[in-house]
Design a protein around this ligand. Structure first.
Ligand SMILES: Cc1cc2nc3c(=O)[nH]c(=O)nc-3n(C[C@H](O)[C@H](O)[C@H](O)COP(=O)(O)OP(=O)(O)OC[C@H]3O[C@@H](n4cnc5c(N)ncnc54)[C@H](O)[C@@H]3O)c2cc1C
Length: 423
């Protein structure tokens, strides 16, 4: 790795021209790319905004979280989970695995480096990446340049909180699920959880088990499936059946067995969508809920289902059916989004909402023009991220071996970057 001061009159960030790809994000996807590059003996630089690897799992998830799907579907390339891990590892198990993965492949990301801009400098054939650091000692922006840029900043980079009328007037505590750790401090409180995905359901369960009174606000339909059927994981069964049967038939099977095991979820206020769970996952990326215990609390009335929130007031919420209720706290389990559009000037690989343009069930678009790659945006979890990481790293390695770039490009003084486009 070599550095040089960028040409130009304005105070400009230092520019470090790298002899290998830049990877944005040290989550599971970025680590998988790095490990595979290491195996190809290709140098790399990971830029990670937080102070540790796997920020989502380290800092933005609740205590009781386990992997939603069995460990066999969540392993990163080259190293399996230790055999003594449970079928559904806890988040702490998963983090232990990720840390040992990083040290095994000698992956040392540049931590506390948030990527604020990346653009392709066509005359220099380089991606130029501007970062800022949270550390007071190195507050200045730093610029990196490389012929290859791997976007691994995740589908869950920023929280999504819907704009609801009167939200700022609510006097109780309001938080996003990324800030929730445990139901302990909500004991005895009436808590409204907005959203009924896997996180919303599991937080309601956690609140109920800690003596709080959870209410779950449900806007649209949701498929709830038991996490296991016939002693095997529902996810695993679905994957096996999909090898032989059309998706609609597998969906019908899953829903039939779910009804036998759970009963009629509509009777308790959880409408089932018209399309089946796997079809919805394929089209929208939205996962069905794999029940880990919340369902029995819904049936016993310990978790109450309420409709969509119409507005908030000082002490509670009004729902679209006209009912009003008082709450002590509100938790928004309303998901996340990619932050790629805020920093990547690309226009070809990513859409305006930060997803790869060609994303469809049968293809994951991990490669774009000019040495741009993305890993972890398939909407289909860690297994697919691992496969994408293998492909992206092998592609980069092939190009890197053909064109070692460091001596050549470090001779150039890079021109100052053009101003970012308006907006
Ligand atoms: C509660 C929850 C449970 C889940 N359970 C499962 C499961 O069981 N199985 C499964 O397959 N998937 C699961 N997922 C999906 C999850 O997103 C993936 O497992 C995994 O974390 C994706 O890895 P990633 O590296 O692509 O993204 P992330 O884990 O989000 O990592 C991206 C990294 O990029 C960094 N970053 C973002 N923006 C920038 C920037 N501008 N500059 C520098 N760094 C940046 C972030 O800080 C982060 O460390 C779950 C998600 C959630 C929220």
């Amino acid at each position: 790795m070599q550095g040089q001061q960028q040409a130009g009159h304005n105070p400009s960030p230092a520019c470090i021209v790298l002899d290998g790809p830049i990877i944005v994000g040290a989550g599971p996807s970025g680590l998988a790319v790095a490990a595979t590059l290491r195996q190809h003996s290709v140098p790399f630089t990971i830029l990670e905004r937080s102070g540790d690897i796997a920020d989502l799992w380290t800092n933005r998830t609740y205590d009781r979280l386990h992997l939603h799907i069995p460990k066999g579907f969540c392993e990163l390339p080259h190293v399996g989970f230790p055999p003594d891990f449970p079928t559904y590892p806890t988040k702490h198990d998963f983090l232990r695995y990720l840390h040992s993965y990083a040290s095994r492949f000698a992956i040392a990301p540049q931590l506390g480096r948030s990527v604020t801009r990346a653009w392709y400098d066509a005359p220099a054939s380089l991606w130029r990446v501007t970062t800022t650091s949270a550390a007071a000692s190195s507050a200045a922006a730093t610029e990196y340049a490389s012929p290859w840029l791997v976007v691994a900043s995740g589908e869950n980079a920023e929280v999504v909180v819907p704009k609801v009328k009167g939200r700022e007037t609510f006097a109780g505590e309001a938080l996003h699920s990324s800030e929730y750790r445990s139901g302990e401090r909500f004991r005895g409180m009436r808590v409204l959880v907005v959203g009924c995905g896997n996180s919303g359901m599991e937080m309601c369960l956690d609140l109920g088990e800690h003596g709080a009174m959870p209410f779950m606000s449900v806007r649209s339909g949701v498929h709830v499936l038991p996490r296991e059927m016939f002693g095997a994981s529902t996810f695993g069964i679905a994957m096996k059946l999909l090898r032989w049967l059309p998706i609609q038939m597998v969906d019908r099977f899953l829903l039939l067995v779910a009804k036998m095991i759970l009963g009629d979820t509509e009777k308790y206020g959880l409408k089932r969508p018209k399309l089946g769970p796997l079809e919805i996952k394929n089209i929208t990326g939205k996962s069905p809920v794999l029940d880990v215990g919340a369902w029995s609390l819904i049936k016993s009335g310990n978790i109450k289902i309420v409709p969509e929130v119409e507005s908030f007031s000082g002490n509670g919420a009004r729902f679209v059916d006209g009912n009003e209720m008082a709450f002590d706290a509100v938790i928004f389990a309303t998901g996340y989004r990619s932050n790629v559009p805020s920093w990547l000037q690309d226009g070809e690989l990513f859409t305006d909402n930060g997803k790869p343009r060609a994303r469809c069930p049968s293809s994951s678009s991990w490669s774009g023009p000019n040495g741009l790659y993305c890993v972890g945006f398939s909407g289909r979890g860690l297994l697919v991220s691992g496969a994408e990481a293998l492909m992206a790293a092998a592609d980069i390695a092939g190009r890197w071996l053909q064109a070692p770039i460091s001596p050549r490009c470090c001779m150039h003084a890079l021109p100052p970057p053009p101003p970012p486009p308006p907006g």
